[in-house]
Design a protein around this ligand. Structure first.
Ligand SMILES: Cc1ncc(COP(=O)(O)O)c(C=O)c1O
Length: 469
């Protein structure tokens, strides 16, 4: 006879046992993070295959399920570990996991403010902190999204609505040739065909050239197009480049364009000493994409869109229906009025709790350390004749390639990456910059400190030396 399935509402003792089992599992994992390899995909196919299975008719004990999860977690890039320097890391501070636990276990509804007014206030307050940290004035508003891609989408829809109205045919969007592809994806989702998208050239440091923007706007205007939006970068993914915001703002204002900063990666560096000067102009932008799951070290799944004129968000997103009349508070806005979503998780808590628990000073300190580590890494590699550096660090990304004849660098670059990663202490990624293969690191995890960056330098120097003979 088969065992009865656990009820959907387990007894308190069983609930407690399950909670303890999960907590132990997580804490064990965190305790071993430092010793875990920077990535491990050996034999992952069999682990993966073990999860291709039919829906079970009957439940299983949590311990057995956690035991199955362990190898699935282990066989992956260790994106939470100190050696993760690939793409754009975040790390995932634990306080956010605790917040998610509380938020999902209590399962309150924050899509409309009337259903949990004080919880909605927590989220609104946390978002207003982000506005303040970016230097936006009173009247600015924002939303929390699943990440930069969705923030870009809502930003483009908002800019479209404000500058072009219902008929947006002929609207043109400007950005640099280094801009993250989520911007063009968002533009296409927002109804702009590829022909309306205008990538612009960048200078020697990969920053948008303002004169090229001015020229493109004039040219498009003369052809009857409707330039309405420019998306400057505050930290590109390739090299961490910051576009010249003051000049872009001046040109955009002159032509009536909306300025949306993609500060998904770079925006939080405004919190570091000297950050306000470094990111000068961000406080003047019409909207800002900012990813707490990057620069605030939160776990994947939390982005933000901040808008200078909060009313613009409302005008672009608000709909209504009689079946929400009981919770639609007179004169009060819910997140559903500002964003594409209605029902969703109470994600404000995963921002509020870490900031309350640790205080902003702890984040400032971390961000300053990441900038210093990237500079240190750059100095070390620049001093080695095996490497060609692609730029001085503008933030915490450093891109470089082997100093060798073009064909040799192209051939040996991927091999260098493979060998360094194979040591499993650090994990780097590559890109192509102006058609040339480049390796890069991004120092952004709160768990990455000088020792790992030294490991990365040492591995690169040794392997490059061996490859170039
Ligand atoms: C500069 C930049 N913008 C936008 C994005 C997209 O953000 P997300 O992956 O959260 O959608 C990224 C992702 O790495 C990024 O680096």
């Amino acid at each position: 006879m088969s065992r009865p399935s656990p009820p959907l509402e387990p007894e308190p003792a069983e609930l407690e046992a399950q909670t303890r089992a999960v907590a132990e599992f997580v804490l064990d994992h965190l305790r071993s993070l430092d010793r875990q390899p920077s990535f491990d995909l050996d034999g992952v196919e069999s682990v993966r295959a073990s999860f291709r299975e039919a829906v079970p008719e009957e439940g299983r004990p949590i311990e057995a399920l956690l035991a199955r999860l362990a190898p699935a977690i282990a066989k992956s890039y260790n994106t939470a570990g100190p050696g993760y320097l690939a793409y754009i890391p975040g790390g995932g501070i634990y306080a956010a996991a605790l917040a998610d636990f509380v938020a999902t276990a209590t399962n309150r509804y924050v899509g409309v403010s009337g259903a949990a007014p004080a919880l909605a206030q927590i989220e609104e307050t946390a978002v207003s902190w982000l506005c303040t940290l970016m230097g936006l004035p009173a009247g600015s508003r924002g939303i929390l999204t699943s990440g930069g891609s969705l923030s870009s989408f809502s930003a483009i829809v908002t800019a479209r609505h404000e500058r072009l109205g219902e008929d947006f045919q002929g609207g043109s969007i400007y950005y640099s040739d280094q801009t993250h592809y989520c911007v063009t994806k968002a533009a296409r989702l927002a109804g702009f065909p590829r022909a309306t998208l205008r990538p612009l050239p960048t200078d020697a440091r990969f920053r948008l050239i303002p004169e090229a923007l001015e020229e493109a706007i004039r040219e498009d205007r003369s052809r009857g197009r409707r330039p309405f939006l420019v998306v400057p970068n505050v930290g590109t993914t390739n090299t961490g480049a910051i576009d010249p915001l003051p000049e872009i703002l001046r040109i955009a204002r002159g032509h009536g364009l909306w300025v949306h900063a993609d500060a998904a990666y770079g925006g939080f560096f405004r919190l570091a000493p000297g950050g306000e000067a470094l990111l000068r102009g961000i406080e003047e932008c019409d909207s800002i994409t900012l990813d707490p799951h990057k620069g605030l070290f939160l776990p994947y799944g939390l982005g933000a869109l901040l808008v200078r004129d909060g009313g613009a968000l409302v005008r672009a997103h608000r709909e209504s229906a009689s079946y929400v009349q009981d919770v639609a508070e007179e004169g009060s806005l819910g997140f559903a009025d500002l964003s594409p979503e209605l029902s969703r998780d109470f994600r404000g808590l995963r921002l509020w709790l870490p900031l309350m628990l640790h205080g902003v000073a702890a984040f400032r300190e971390q961000l300053a350390e990441k900038l210093a580590l990237a500079r240190r890494f750059h100095e070390e590699l620049r001093a080695d004749p095996s490497f060609e550096m692609l730029d001085e660090p503008q933030l915490s990304v450093v891109a470089f390639r082997l100093r060798a004849p073009e064909a040799v660098a192209e051939r040996l670059g991927p091999e260098l990456l493979r060998r360094v990663n194979a040591r499993r202490r650090v994990f780097l990624s590559s890109t192509r910059i102006r058609g040339r293969y480049a390796l890069r690191i991004c120092v952004l995890s709160f768990r990455t400190h000088a020792d790992r960056v030294r490991d990365a330098v040492m591995a690169l120097k040794e392997e490059a030396g061996a490859l170039l003979g």
